[in-house]
Design a protein around this ligand. Structure first.
Ligand code: SF4
Ligand code: FES
Length: 255
């Protein structure tokens, strides 16, 4: 396959950035999207040009690093697929492919396609710890968990923190990510002692980091490579409301 790539090039956070066109030839349909970019970068290096900076790590769809917008869609055209798992057979010979970084206020561009997703770490850190007895491993059946809860918690825990939900959201909201993190602990018995403080603190960290509010646009779930359902945000809202009421009740009593 021969392709035209139009790639966002930006020297650093202060640079305005621009789209630059590259021709790539002899692309195998069996290459992954990142392997195709590797081939382009090897050529650029040989020609004495600067390679395109992009994030990647596992290349197995589990780390969430390979963040890029392909033809206007975070992670590209294939549903439930990270960029590293996307193959060139998804495209056709002669195609022009636009490749851009995540665009969101809370994810500033570091260089080219690499953005700073440290704001996600701040939300996670605000969630803190769970109270659990330390020492030897507890007996596996000591804390029964209903199967439906275990399955739903596991589904939420599949979030890989890639940020595609933020990139897809017209408000740049990270509510799907935050809701996934709150849900996977909030459904488990081990997550109950800090359940209220966790949701209040994580939502506060979300807002402080500059993410927008959720207005139910519904763009996040279709972009999510792990299919985290929109209902997860509804669960966060219910938890948030219950915790806020309890906290304001405590304040009123203390006052
Ligand atoms: S909710 Fe989905 S899109 Fe958002 S960070 Fe998690 S895996 Fe990525
Ligand atoms: S490189 Fe790890 S999910 Fe794509």
């Amino acid at each position: 396959m021969n392709l035209t790539l139009r790639i966002w090039r930006q020297q650093g956070p202060q640079d305005k950035g621009r789209m630059v066109s590259y021709q790539v030839t002899d692309v195998s349909p069996d290459m992954s999207f990142l392997e195709m970019l590797d081939v382009l970068n090897e050529r650029l290096i040989l020609e004495g040009e600067e390679p395109v900076a992009f994030d990647h790590d596992c290349r197995e769809g589990i780390c969430g690093a390979c963040s890029m917008v392909i033809n206007g869609t975070p992670h590209g055209p294939q549903k439930m697929t990270t960029t590293c798992q996307l193959h060139m057979r998804t495209f056709s010979d002669g195609d022009t492919i636009d490749i851009e970084p995540w665009r969101a206020k809370a994810f500033p561009v570091i260089k080219d396609l690499v953005v700073n997703r440290g704001a996600f770490d701040k939300i996670i850190q605000a969630g803190g710890y769970i109270s659990a007895p330390t020492g030897s491993a507890p007996e596996a059946h000591a804390t029964p968990v209903p199967k439906a809860d275990a399955d739903a918690a596991f589904e939420a825990a599949e979030c890989i923190g890639c940020g595609a939900c933020v990139a897809a959201c017209p408000n740049g909201s990270a509510m799907l990510f935050t809701a996934a993190k709150i849900t996977h602990l909030g459904l488990m018995p081990q997550g109950q002692p800090e359940r209220d403080s966790r949701v209040l603190d994580m939502v506060a960290a979300h807002d402080e980091a500059g993410f927008g509010g959720c207005t139910n646009a519904g763009e996040c779930t279709p972009a999510c490579p792990k299919g985290i359902p929109l209902a997860t945000i509804g669960r966060l809202n219910r938890d948030f409301l219950a915790a806020s009421r309890k906290r304001s009740g405590e304040t009123a009593t203390a006052g």
